[in-house]
Design a protein around this ligand. Sequence first.
Ligand code: TYM
Length: 327
Amino acid sequence: MKRVFSGVQPTGTIHLGNYLGAMKRFVDLQDDYESIFCIVDLHALTVPRDPEELRNKTRELALFYLAIGLDPEKTTIFTQSSVSAHSELAWLLQCVAHVGELNRMTQYKEKGQGKDTVTAGLYTYPVLMAADILLYQTEVVPVGEDQKQHLELTRDIAQRFNNRYGEAFTIPEPLINEIGARIMALDEPTKKMSKSAESPNNYIGLLEEPKIINKKIMRAVTDSENEVRFDPENKPGISNLLTIYSLMSETPVSELEQKYQGLGYGAFKKDLAEVVVDRISEIQDRYRRWEKDGGVEDVLRQGAEKVSVIAEETMERVKDLMGLYRV
Ligand code: TYM
């Protein structure tokens, strides 16, 4: 079986963009791949966080992983900070990555914009991400569009390492959805849906109440045409809603366009809200069940134990190849 790895940060509100751009795919992949999914809590530290909130968000994300349908019998779930090899490999790879490469990372530029100071961690963040992936000899990495550049960097670092020191790493392939790789904000459909958005009207959170979801969808920004047609360039709002509808109901966009021909945005949004609420309610039910029954800590503990074995093998090889003297 090929190995798949991905990660999500335990920050902000886990939203439909995270779900449709990446996490839903994790569930689809778990039957056909050896699956490892990580809660990347070290990445969350690149900006100052309240410690208690970080702990809560980490547990919350573990519950989400289970609630969306990841099966701990088939899939390994763990927190990044519980396997210290992530930080260790990140340092070794920082000595392979180039400053010029990190300077080109658009996410760093965006996140740092307008701030007086940014942490060194925010700058080297993509190298930690490379370490996450390379540590497990990952073959496939399902992510949203915004992580594509980080995946390219990961491949470059792996290739450079292999050429310089000898074969240590599998070169990973990104897996990016054809549709839904970039879910847009509901209130500003030319920008992506984002966990760190200032306005809650930007996103739909996976734990939000049906009433709120309904309201957010009915109020989502569209255009003045009233014609349900997929045209991201000229009609970004309605195209985004069509994408969400299509992925949530597993119906092709063309079929939806036909269904709503002549019916206008009101009818379309009403049905979309129902589809989203139905699907999210299932996730919320499973979330509450896991929360009530307990067991999430065991899943994380066992997950960390399992992946540590793979991580150690990679670390041994990397240290040997780099010439770290060990007795
Ligand atoms: P994060 O936590 O920001 O997002 C988690 C996943 O959700 C995707 N995503 C979206 N997809 C579509 N539309 C959107 N609006 C949207 N917003 C977010 C992201 O692309 C991502 O797949 N650096 C990563 C976490 C990470 C990681 C890794 C991922 C750390 N190590 C190793 C893969 C492999 C991040 O900050 O994702």
